[in-house]
Design a protein around this ligand. Sequence first.
Ligand code: HEM
Length: 514
Amino acid sequence: MTPESHAPTDTDASRPGPPPGCPAHGLGPGGLHRLHESEDLGALYEQLRKDHGPVAPVLLHDDVPIWVVLGHAENLHMVRSPSQFCRDSRIWTPLKDGLVKPDHPLMPHIAWQPIASHAEGDEHKRLRGAVMGAISTIDFRSLRRYINRSTQAIVNRFCEQGEADLVGQFAEHLPMAVMCEILGMADEYNDRLVEAARDALKGTETAIASHSYVMDALSRLTARRRAQPEEDFASYLITHPARLTDDEVREHLRLVLFAAYEATTNLLSNVLLTVLIDPRFRAQLNGGQMTVPEAVEQSLWNEPPFSTVFAYFAKQETELGGQRIRRGDGLLFAPAPANVDPRVRPDLSASMQGNRSHLAFGGGPHECPGQDVGRSIADVGVDALLMRLPDVELDCDEEELRWTASIASRHLVEMPVQFSPKPPQDVTEPPSHKQVPAQRSDWQIGSPQPQAAPAAAQAAPSVAQPASPAAAQPYPAPAQPQSAPVYPQVQPTAQEPVRGKGAWQRFLSWWRGY
Ligand code: HEM
């Protein structure tokens, strides 16, 4: 996996080809489908599955041939068989034969780099060992607390307006704030860095300058921590017995920052959409139930943040999914079609509750080492946002939502929402268990059902009490002067009796760390 995922795999209008609508559109030599010309990759994958089975031949830009692995079992077999398949593009036949030109749009993915994602064997163990070592020092209790506080600070920026775009104003910010803190450069987090990372990933004209801006921040961090290590990810990478060079440290900081940023941003917006539109989340409306962590898992099944990962390469002649794979062939690892393989999910509408065997985080020796960080950002971020804006609802029809898709990922362009305006919260106070409510399992999103509120709650106290999680503000509301705008309070519903935090909830708060 390489960070520059969007642009290189986006449909490239500047390259000649038949126009959309023409029967030849999307087809190349041998009648093979050009993935980058498809307007609906999900539908194309299903067509390919019907025509070819679990492994299908397709074309990339410039009609470079590659296999796309559609089956769940076949993807798993490939990533778990390092003796047959590797991530080293230098053995890829089209590259060796000169079919892949230096200006190929996928070059940022293709070019081999000395990073864990592309390394194999002992070298992979060395590089991945340093990354894993650094990740293993993360204190998840503090991390969850930091995610909660960052969420509060980001929500503060739009909570008084009663409307927001949860992609541009929330999902694209929270993972960057958290990753900067993890890496050891919390002070570098600002709108400019978010803009630069977004720009570098989207591959716009200014992508190279934006990429340099991010790399400069990572170089400064590497130099600072080499001179004086502290207790953060960068320092642990530097001091790990694997003895990474400065270049290796910087490249792994880049790998982690971009991969985590892009994937977690996608995950966060997909989960938010799930909780806004999935009827199972509207507990009180339907009698069903889905918690935030379950919504995260459901979304990892339905919309994996990376639809495909470029690429694995055959080290020897072999067979996969009934196809003869030659030594040097390339294969796209493809979580999106694998996760909807009818052999593992005959009924796509059935809940996958409790089943984590999706391929969103890959598998085998290269399986994502940061998955718990990604999950925590989504779990805590979504939960804390719902706590602040309990009546948030989508401000358009679901059909009006726009997505952009590349071979590598599909993501929401915008998610307009509305909610009743809320006052900003003080995020400078150190968090305490008493102030932060425990995670709920029965969120009701959207307009609450009209219900008789308990008399005590109707009295609308001037300082919000942590009475029930839905009614409580995560932090005490600042005292309001008489003339201050009145923010509507969400009243507890009949299912949420007003009560203080019980011992179990206090224990949960302590255990979860927020
Ligand atoms: C929702 C969030 C995330 C998703 C969906 C995701 C997904 C993936 C996938 C699919 C791979 C490639 C697996 C393969 O090649 O077979 C990967 C690799 C990797 N991810 Fe993640 N990732 C996420 C978050 C993170 C985070 C937060 C970090 C770091 C803290 C991280 C660090 C890495 C690294 C270092 C690799 C390369 C591992 C290797 O090749 O040995 N990822 N990730």
